[in-house]
Design a binder for this molecule. Structure first.
Ligand code: NAD
Length: 291
């Protein structure tokens, strides 16, 4: 892997995703400086203690001196205020600064950048690593989180080719495979492959938990249900933000799901053996994709 050549990185939001990026870069032999900004002082203290960052603080404007790249890794709805501070605090002298992000949705974050800067700067390259877990916080950082995982970049047509190449190099150094997609396609695809499945897990686990406050029934659950609870154990703030930010694409994938559920319900109700087998066959065959 070619090492990342940035001189000074600033990670805004030192949680699982930001912390894992710092860990991956350190692991790759990255020689530059890494600072971090986080609203929570204990994340910064832990990041220093773990050797992931050189310094940090909670005031973004005070951490921008000489940075070459800023990586935004805060929850999706916190991007707006961070972009606004960046736009107000980055000076003309720092024209070479590249801004990227890791947010799970892309259209609202692009809109934040446009609002904050007045137009989409050619030095902004938004992205999303398709890697993560139900854990959060810098203490869950994993230097191998991105290895052989995809990172989707969603550059706008006016993107600076040099800025794009630098963001690609950052992720390659972390071990990821980088690809590109439009913002709109990203949000539609992720609504189906990630947001909808999380919504279903939250709904299923909550439905059962509401019926039994002491969760007694969970004692009789096997691996399948346990897997649902793992997904439903994901960070509530992160997922609230995703569903608010990607509302339209999520609703459209939910429409398709509801139609499928209604067909399945009908098959169960009428004891339609052929229809049940056909549905389960198709679903079980799809599993081979991951073998
Ligand atoms: P996390 O909760 O582990 O970390 C987020 C950090 O941001 C926290 O330390 C929090 O204190 C900090 N923060 C919040 N608002 C802030 C602000 N205004 N200024 C400074 N710091 C602030 O969350 P995470 O899992 O690392 O997710 C971060 C981003 O990555 C989110 O946008 C999420 O959608 C995206 N993402 C998450 C996953 C995943 O599986 N966890 C995968 C891909 C992308």
């Amino acid at each position: 892997r070619p090492p990342c050549q940035e001189s000074r990185l600033l990670i805004v939001g030192l949680g699982l995703i930001g912390g894992s990026l710092a860990a991956a870069l350190r692991h790759s032999g990255f020689k530059g400086h890494i600072s971090a900004c986080d609203a929570n002082a204990s994340e910064i203290a832990q990041g220093i203690e773990l050797g992931l960052i050189d310094n940090g603080g909670s005031q973004l404007a005070e951490l921008l001196d000489d940075v070459s790249m800023v990586i935004l890794a805060v929850p999706v709805l916190a991007m707006e205020s961070v972009m606004t501070t960046l736009a107000a605090s980055l000076h003309r002298a720092s024209e070479n600064v590249v801004i990227t992000d890791v947010g799970s949705t892309k259209a609202t974050i692009r809109d934040c950048a446009v609002r904050a800067f007045g137009e989409m700067p050619s030095s902004v390259v938004l992205g999303h690593p398709i890697a993560g877990s139900e854990k959060s916080g810098v203490s869950a950082s994993d230097p191998a989180l991105y290895v052989h995982h995809k990172v989707i970049l969603t550059p706008e047509p006016n993107v600076d080719a040099g800025a794009l190449a630098r963001v690609q190099a950052l992720w390659k150094a972390a071990g990821a495979d980088v690809l590109q997609m439009s913002v709109e396609r990203h949000d539609q695809v992720l609504a189906r492959t990630s947001h909808l499945p999380h919504l279903l897990a939250f709904s299923l686990v909550d439905t059962l938990a509401r019926q039994d406050e002491r969760l007694e029934i969970f004692r009789y659950a096997a691996g399948g249900f346990r897997d649902f609870t793992r997904i439903a154990g994901s960070d509530p703030v992160m997922w609230r933000d995703i569903f608010i930010a990607n509302r339209d694409a999520v609703l459209s994938s939910l429409d398709d799901f509801e139609a499928g559920l209604a067909r399945l319900r009908q098959a169960v109700e009428s004891g339609d053996s052929d229809s049940l087998i056909a549905t389960f066959d198709r679903a079980s065959h799809a599993r081979h994709y991951f073998d």
